[in-house]
Design a protein around this ligand. Structure first.
Ligand SMILES: Cc1cc2nc3c(=O)[nH]c(=O)nc-3n(C[C@H](O)[C@H](O)[C@H](O)COP(=O)(O)O)c2cc1C
Length: 208
């Protein structure tokens, strides 16, 4: 892959076994804001996206993260620099949950613009990858009314914690970022108005 890569990139299957216990990952989890430029592998990215929203029950299509009424309002985007993920060009990718694949959304590295839209938190630019979790509120508010908004926010927290713990277990690091201009982030990501960005999570190898 890399240059001339296909429009859809199938990720390696996520593993259901790891070398770190859940207790150790919970103990060690910390927000990290200093990253090396070391690339991450497709297997690591696969694992992170699976932890964020992947399917864990193939017959019912339930996911790794609980969801009010299984309405699944979240969409996950991967923003990466050139040479940030082995074999994948820089750009914006949408995580296709059912196929566990990435679909190219935009073929430019927009990490600098993303950092600017988030109060210049420079680690958004320095990290090789940024995971952006967006919500489509209507999927949940259709059945639950205004209370559905609360449910969406709770659900993003579940996804964020899974990313934190999975990153820790893989020897990677992240930080949950909620301080940004919603409209600017949406525009930088070239998303329609119904997409509301909730979390930006830079991802990479921590500086020692
Ligand atoms: C909803 C939410 C929003 C946050 N937003 C930011 C942020 O914009 N920038 C940042 O550097 N950290 C952000 N954080 C991370 C917190 O600063 C961090 O979790 C806290 O300092 C505790 O440190 P720990 O995560 O290492 O336990 C956020 C955390 C949460 C839960």
């Amino acid at each position: 892959m890399g240059i001339g890569q296909p429009a859809q990139i199938y990720l390696p299957s996520p593993s259901q076994k790891g070398s770190m216990s859940l207790e150790e990952a919970i103990t060690r989890r910390r927000s990290v804001r200093r990253f090396t430029s070391k690339p991450i592998s497709q297997s690591q990215l696969s694992q992170i996206l699976w932890a964020a929203q992947g399917i864990s029950d193939t017959s019912e299509k339930y996911r790794t993260v609980p969801s009010a009424g299984a309405t699944y309002p979240l969409e996950v985007f991967v923003v990466c620099g050139k040479d940030a993920i082995e074999g994948i060009n820089g750009g914006i990718y949408h995580y296709h949950i059912a196929r566990h694949s990435l679909t190219l959304h935009h073929k430019e590295d927009i990490r600098l613009e993303l950092a600017r839209a988030a109060l210049n938190q420079e680690f958004i630019y320095e990290a090789p990858v940024d995971i952006v979790i967006c919500a489509l509120y209507e999927r949940t508010t259709l059945g639950y009314g205004n209370r559905g908004e609360r449910y969406v926010h709770i659900e993003v927290g579940h996804a964020g914690q899974n990313i934190y713990l999975q990153a820790e277990a893989l020897g990677l690091a992240t930080v949950a970022i909620g301080a940004f201009n919603d409209e600017q982030v949406r525009k930088v990501l070239l998303l329609d108005k119904q997409y509301k960005p909730i979390y930006i999570m830079p991802l990479g190898v921590s500086l020692p």
